[in-house]
Design a protein. Sequence first.
Length: 277
Amino acid sequence: MALRIVSADERLSAAGAKTTMAIFGPSGVGKTSLLKSLSPAETLCIDLEAGMKSVQDWPGDSIPVRTFADALDIGCLVGGVNPSADPSGFFSEAHYQHLRESYPDLVQMIAGKRIIFVDSITDLTRQAMAWAKTRPEAFSDKTGKPDTRGAYGLLAREVIGLLKHLQHAQAKTVIFVGILERVTDEFNRTTWQPQMEGGKAGRELPGIVDQVITMSLFARDGDGWRHEPERGEDRRLVCRAGNPFGLPAKDRSGRLDVTEPPDLGALLSKINSTRKG
């Protein structure tokens, strides 16, 4: 049995070294450019959407990922071994050791990074859907024909497994970026929802990460801000649930204001700061 007591000091030390965050915003609002507010030496960008043009002058390292199988491999290298994984499955000891032997330079580079920036989770789920459609679970046992429900079930299971594995990465802050879309129902009511393939992964994501943040455009309104997603000139990060804008947000740290400037370096410092008193 590997049970042990974790002291308060150990817990605080671990919490201060990492967090997990999902940042959603409309297409083109400048989510990828948030990279420029992070330390290049400490940050690794996992580029799933071939969308680095807006930050091509950013001096940090990036890894282009074009298939979900490669995303699972990167996730294993970042998160290490999952002791409860199937011995022949993803994130197992065998999976990790195979990758260590195959990509020693990548292992060394990842070990030196404190922040993992995943751009984007929207494209991650698209890659996962394409991968799931080729797996045996995506075909009917009786007819051999494609089974959409089976593919969506597999997508949800593997994407959620990957997100949780990254969540547990030791001493790594993991930031997921994704597209936020406006949805209008039959009663002409508008809501904002993360754009992700398959509903289950999108529903579970807020419970996996520590922070859910919406990035959007705003205009000054006296001492506060007014949400102007089409005409606003100021980018802001909406960080707290129950905000007056009706945007998805959650702050598990309890240290962020309703909106914050679009500076992830400053945001992480605020989240990881030591409370006084």
